[in-house]
Each structure stands twice: as C-alpha cells, then as structure tokens.
Design a protein around this ligand. Structure first.
Ligand code: PMP
Ligand code: GLN
Length: 383
C-alpha cells in the first residue's frame, strides 16, 4: 500500500467543538444545549415560500454574486438600520453561510506571513483559516469580567505586517458587544493604514435590554476597509440552509468574488428567492430581541438556586455559566462529566482560546423550546 504523506495544512486542528459536543449529546441521550442552533422550525410562511420557489422552477444556478432581489433587500435593510448604502450590484455577495463568507474573506486577503489580530475567546474558524493561508494569528484577550476590548493592547500589537483585524459583535461565545467608543477606537487605530477588517455580525439582530447593534457598516471610515458578514441562519431560525452574505466596497468585493466563484460559485437558489420575499416583512427580524430575551430570562429565572454563577448575556443566544463553585475539573472535562452524568451538553470555553486558558466557564445555547429550557435548567440546578 502506498503511504501518502499529506503534509497537512491543518496540523494541530481538531474536530470542531460544536461537532464534538453535539455527538456527545446524541451518544448520551442528553439535552443538546451546546451547538448554536434552534430546536424549532423557521416561520411557517418561510417554509411555504421555499416550497413555492422550488415548485416555480427556481432550481438551477443562481447568479454568481447572488439573487438580485435578495441583494436589493439586504441593501435596503442595512441602509435603514445602519445608514450605509451598499450597492446591491457591486458590493453585496451571497454566500453559503457566514462560514463561507469568513473563509472567502480571509483567503482573499491573507498571504504568507501577514499578521492578523484576533480577539479571544474567538470563534473557532478564524485562527485555523488564517494559518491555512500562511498568515500569523496575533491573539489579544478580551478583558474580564465583561470581555471588553483593550485598545492599548491592540496598538502595541500592530506592526507593519498587520494585514487584518477580525472583530465579532454580538460576540460568540460571551455575548459582549462593540460600543460606539470601540468603533471610534478602531477608526483611530486603522486610520492612514492599509489594515483590512472583517466584522462577523451574524447575531446582529439578537441583542437585549434595549441596546443597539453597532455595525461596522454604520461607520463611513470603517465600512471603506471592512468585510461586514452576516447570516440568515441566525435571523430566520434556519441554520441548516447555510445562506449568508458579505458587504464590502466595490474593489474589495471584486477580489472577494474572484475567490467566491471557485469556492461555491453560487448559493442555494430557491432559498435565496424565499428570503428575498420574506425580508419584505421587517417584523421578523425586528422582533428577535424580544423573542430571544424572553428565552434568556426564562432560562435564568429557572436557574435560581443553582450553584452556577452568571451575568445575563447582553446578546446572541448564548449564556455563560461559571462553575468554579461546583468543580475543579477543567472546562472540557466538566462538560464531558455533565453530559454523561446530568444529561446536558454545553460548550467549554477553552477551545475559543489559543492558550486553552480555563476560565471555568461553559456556554449554554438558549435557542430552544421553552419546555426544553425549563428541563435544562432543572438538570443544571441539580449539579
Ligand atoms: N460566526 C459566528 C460568530 C457564528 O457563531 C457562526 C455560527 N453560528 C458563524 C459565523 C457561521 O454562520 P453560518 O452558520 O451562517 O455559516
Ligand atoms: N456557530 C455555532 C455555535 O457557535 C455552530 C456552528 C457550527 O457548528 N460550525 O455553536
């Protein structure tokens, strides 16, 4: 047998913690509050629309940058919410989920030895993809207790090799959000540089307690150097359909599309048409803060009396719990123990950190039916 030397481009990369924990949940017949996806269906009207589009013949390749009607709707929404007009023809590209947007944007800009500033805890995709492109991740810790940005640390880490800064707000896994002061700091730091920004805003509509999402598109200066990325999966309870999008100025979009055309070329046609129609009713995304805030509050109300400590999350559908009064196990061991013994699956925080630091924090996803949240909290209270 020939032994092929693959010479891995992804050495040291393990199976994503989301896949690992979902499998553990299934193997242990546990409640899966780990991987971030709703356990309920998208709205019936949206299901009907997809059905209708399939039966109306929208079943062949979409245009490479995406269905025009959908790009129009995104352009309108972004203008209304964040005040920036992106040209639907030349500045908006539909992708196979934010995952493909992120991968495409990173591979579009990163060459060997380019440095990339990444804030940790960081979504698991950023660092491996930067490394696969030959780039050098430069991790900076968000500061406890609220996972806030230390812009002085950023200034110190910026060098003449810094090509890219990746920000993520609302933030997975901590729920922290970029403030207007953060946007101002980012403007100041990147002014008169060639630094590009990727802004991962997939939870843009899931933000609580009356706060507003500060999109990088709302800053003229930052929008001129940013790929702003979002996903319909989070907004319309349809993570399995894998449709997202990237906003960027024309020149950056041109480069992005050169890569995009060889990654997927085009994205699911009937779903794009259905989203375009569905977006006409803004109530769906405008109601999300209230919808998910009541789920957060239900979960936390039912956690009263538990030994876990927590501060209500500001955004996303994730809540962090501190288990330091319960166990000395590291967070991975704790999650394995919890799924086996108490039949609840959660996500440990250390996989979001290149240092693998153990904050004794776990992440619970509350995009679940109310009875599942009540039962999940009951099990967690018993620990
Ligand atoms: N970025 C973040 C921060 C996420 O949490 C996720 C997935 N939940 C993605 C990107 C990927 O989104 P998609 O499922 O649309 O690929
Ligand atoms: N983003 C989701 C989460 O944080 C998972 C997406 C995935 O499984 N890759 O749980």
């Amino acid at each position: 047998m020939t032994m092929i030397n693959l010479n891995s481009k992804m050495s040291g990369v393990e199976t994503s913690i989301f896949a690992v924990m979902t499998k553990l949940a299934m193997d242990n017949n546990a409640l899966n509050l780990s991987q971030g996806f709703p356990d309920f269906n998208p709205p019936e009207e949206l299901l009907q629309l997809v059905n209708e589009k399939i039966h109306s013949g929208f079943n062949q390749y979409a245009p490479m940058p995406g269905v025009p009607a959908l790009r129009e709707k995104i352009s309108e929404k972004v203008f209304e919410l964040y005040g920036r007009k992106y040209n639907p023809v030349s500045e908006i590209t539909i992708t196979a989920g934010a995952t493909q947007s992120l991968y495409t944007a990173i591979t579009t800009v990163i060459n060997k030895d380019d440095e990339v500033i990444i804030f940790e805890p960081a979504y698991d995709l950023y660092i491996p993809v930067v490394k696969a492109c030959g780039g050098i991740p430069v991790p900076i810790q968000l500061e406890l207790p609220d996972f806030t940005y230390n812009w002085n640390a950023v200034k110190e880490k910026i060098s003449n090799k810094t090509k890219l800064i990746i920000v993520n707000s609302p933030h997975n896994p901590t729920g922290s959000i970029l403030t207007q002061e953060d946007i101002n700091a980012l403007e100041e730091i990147t002014r008169n540089t060639n630094i590009i920004i990727i802004s991962d805003e997939v939870y843009e509509h899931i933000i609580f307690d009356g706060q507003k999402h500060n999109s990088l598109s709302s800053s003229k200066e930052l929008s001129e150097r940013s790929f702003v990325i979002s996903s319909f999966g989070k907004t319309y309870h349809s993570t399995g359909w894998k449709v997202g999008y990237t906003l960027a100025p024309e020149k950056m979009t041109d480069e992005f599309r050169k890569m995009h055309q060889f990654i997927t070329f085009a994205v699911n046609t009937p779903v794009q048409h259905a989203y375009a129609d569905f977006m006409k009713n803004k109530a769906h995304y405008l109601a999300l803060p209230e919808f998910y805030q009541s789920k957060r509050d239900l979960l936390l109300k039912n956690m009263k009396g538990s030994r876990f400590k927590f501060t209500p999350t500001k955004s996303t559908y994730f809540q962090l719990f501190d288990y330091s009064e319960i166990s000395d196990l590291n967070d991975m061991e704790f999650c394995e123990w919890m799924v086996k013994k108490y039949k609840v699956a959660a996500i440990p925080l250390s996989p979001f950190m290149s240092s693998k630091s153990d904050y004794k924090l776990i992440r619970i996803c509350f995009a679940k039916k109310d009875d599942v949240l009540i039962e999940g909290a009951r099990r967690l209270r018993n620990i």
